[in-house]
Ligand binder design. Structure first.
Ligand SMILES: Nc1ncnc2c1ncn2[C@@H]1O[C@H](COP(=O)(O)OP(=O)(O)OP(=O)(O)O)[C@@H](O)[C@H]1O
Ligand SMILES: [Mg+2]
Length: 312
């Protein structure tokens, strides 16, 4: 099965390494690199590394698309991004090697115009022929309505495509009625959605299961270092990561989404999906960059994940 990921607001990550970064001073950098980024691009990268057939779409600025083009060619990802005039936004990460603290400077990204949106829709319709599952990841840039995903989900569901949604705020709230098959909010996103603090795991469980219905059949709530809760209508599991040295939590959620999609694609039972998704997330947490390690390493991570049935 071919998987498609959609990233409407991708970004180039520019990582700049500085020793002892000083605000307001001239700092000298040791090295700098550009990486293709954006949540759906990350999900696609992890899936491609796992050997899956993946296509990507969304909007890319035509002036700096080469960073993405090289990345997609290297990973064997089918590039179906709509090119729009101008540049894709650049998010700067200043990595202080001395303190090991990273400072992020994120830019908003331009909303695509009406013409680009109509070409994007045509592209998605064409992709629906070959792709059975679509992953919609990330926030919507200003200028796009919060119902953008909802409209897309309606179209995808009308052709029986499966939809995985990972977003937050109004875009998440406004999408639920359209019936995404799987959602993966983190605990803060879920708390915002149900509009209450979620201090205990049983509150997380209640809120997650309140979102289940005939269309949305799986809710996964990630909780950072505490792991994740996987809830469907018959069962619930908590997956806890082992205590490993954390290099970076950037992309942990994206890796978890990729692992979930990989597990569902293999038709694994829920607890095995939970194990695989958590193993993928550990790949992101214990390493820098967005490449999945060798299969042996994933197997080793899988063994280290603790899965417990959630007791209601
Ligand atoms: N500090 C950590 N230690 C161990 N595992 C972690 C840590 N942070 C995240 N993880 C793993 O990654 C999974 C997803 O993390 P998290 O809940 O932070 O996702 P997220 O907030 O959606 O992340 P993202 O910023 O990528 O959107 C967790 O369920 C857990 O398995
Ligand atoms: Mg997330």
């Amino acid at each position: 099965m071919k998987i498609a990921t959609i990233t409407v607001n991708p970004a180039i990550d520019q990582t700049v390494s500085v020793d002892d970064f000083q605000v307001g001073k001239v700092n000298r950098s040791q090295w700098m690199r550009f990486d293709a980024g954006g949540k759906g691009v990350n999900v696609a990268s992890f899936l491609a590394d796992y050997g899956m057939d993946v296509a990507v779409t969304g909007f890319l600025g035509d002036e700096n698309a080469d960073v993405f083009e090289r990345h997609f060619a290297r990973k064997n990802i089918t590039d179906r991004f709509i090119r729009v005039p101008g540049e894709t936004r650049i998010n700067i990460k200043i990595m202080d090697e001395t303190s090991q603290v990273t400072t992020d400077l994120n830019t908003p990204g331009q909303a695509p115009g009406e013409y680009a949106v109509s070409r994007f829709y045509e592209q998605v319709e064409a992709m629906m022929e070959a792709c059975e599952c679509f992953v919609l990841s990330g926030n919507l840039q200003a200028g796009l309505p919060s119902t953008f995903y909802a409209d897309l989900i309606k179209l995808l569901k009308s052709k029986k495509c499966r939809v995985v949604l990972d977003t937050s705020g109004d875009a998440l709230a406004d999408s639920l009625k359209a019936g995404p098959n799987l959602i993966k909010p983190n605990i803060h996103e879920l708390s915002g959605l149900v509009n209450k603090p979620l201090t205990e795991i049983k509150d997380v469980y209640r809120s997650a299961s309140s979102l289940l219905n005939d269309e949305t059949t799986l809710v996964v709530v990630s909780m950072g270092a505490s792991g994740a809760l996987f809830v469907d209508k018959d069962q619930a599991f908590v997956a806890r990561p082992p205590d490993l040295p954390v290099k970076s939590t950037v992309g942990a959620g994206d890796a978890m989404v990729a692992g979930l999609v990989a597990g569902i694609n293999k038709k694994l039972p829920l607890q095995d999906c939970a194990r695989l998704a958590t193993a993928f997330s550990l790949s992101a947490v214990t390493r820098l960059g967005r490449d999945l390690p060798k299969p042996e390493v994933i197997e080793d991570f899988k063994k280290q994940v603790a899965i417990e049935p959630f007791k209601k």
